[in-house]
Design a protein. Structure first.
Length: 286
């Protein structure tokens, strides 16, 4: 009977786990809907800015606006990694960390000095454990990031690029394709990459003032790129968590089915043994 009791305790434990994972799946589903709404709302604006800014570059503008400069040789590059503060999201954080490691190794292989900046507890914990220097680390950005969060992350890096302290800025985050597809993605934010098919800055008619517009739109472009990445990262995290929790719930159901059969067999064997003992005792009395 001890075996049956052990199985019964395991059944109870798995049932509790299944209830927790099912609840987490429902919570992630609810958060995912709001997160995807933010993703789809930000994408058209981000695409419009990308189209404008990628066609702005010219040597003359680069001399006037340091944010448009293009170093002849990249000597020092910054990598900004966005991860989650929590786990239980499948391979979401591990994939981002692996992507960031690849970027760092590639840059260092080219002889580029690198510095690492991380937003997210999971990324910070991993690289701190490995002894990797982290210049800036943020734990205060949740699953509803704001434009102010993006500016606080990228503003200092943008300023350092403009004065020549760093020559490139790479952003590592998740690309939200669907709840089931959230691959890690690396994007070079600085120097700004030109689009060969875009119009030259010389054909724009700028009003009220070209200088005023460019002074605002160039920093806005970098800030919005990071904000869009934060929004997509938040949606990707919830999508990955929902998938992971659904898989855990399904697996718990399979384990419960197996344990229930095991318990029934153990219970049946116990009852059969008790009947045999009763019949044996009765026969001995005769």
């Amino acid at each position: 009977m001890a075996g049956a009791r052990d199985v019964k305790r395991r059944i109870k434990s798995v049932e509790n786990t299944k209830q927790i994972t099912r609840t987490m799946e429902l919570v992630a589903t609810s958060k995912l809907k709001r997160a995807t709404d933010r993703v789809y709302a930000t994408r058209p604006y981000a695409a419009g800015l990308q189209e404008i800014v990628s066609g702005l570059y010219s040597p003359g503008l680069a001399e006037r606006y340091p944010i448009l400069r293009r170093p002849e040789k990249v000597q020092r590059a910054a990598v900004l990694l966005l991860t989650a503060n929590r786990g239980l999201a499948g391979g979401f954080n591990a994939n981002l960390i692996r992507q960031a490691r690849g970027v760092l190794e590639e840059l260092r292989g080219k002889g580029v000095d690198t510095e690492l900046h991380i937003a997210g507890k999971k990324g910070i914990a991993y690289f701190r454990f490995r002894g990797e220097p982290i210049l800036t680390q943020r734990l205060d950005i949740g699953d509803r990031p704001s434009v102010e969060d993006a500016e606080s992350l990228v503003g200092p890096l943008r300023a350092r690029f403009e004065v020549g302290e760093i020559d490139a800025l790479h952003l590592v985050s998740s690309e939200f394709k669907s709840a089931m597809s959230t691959p890690p993605h690396t994007r070079q934010l600085l120097p700004i990459e030109a689009d060969p098919g875009a119009s030259s800055a010389d054909v724009y008619i700028l009003s009220p003032s070209g200088d005023m517009i460019l002074e605002r739109i160039l920093p806005l472009y970098i800030r919005n790129a990071v904000y869009t990445a934060l929004v997509e990262n938040a949606a990707a995290e919830q999508g990955s968590r929902r998938t992971a929790m659904k898989n855990a719930t399904d697996n718990a159901g399979d384990v419960l089915e197996h344990l229930t059969r095991t318990y029934n067999r153990a219970r049946q064997a116990q009852i059969t043994q008790e009947i045999a003992e009763i019949v044996g005792g009765s026969a001995a009395l005769e």
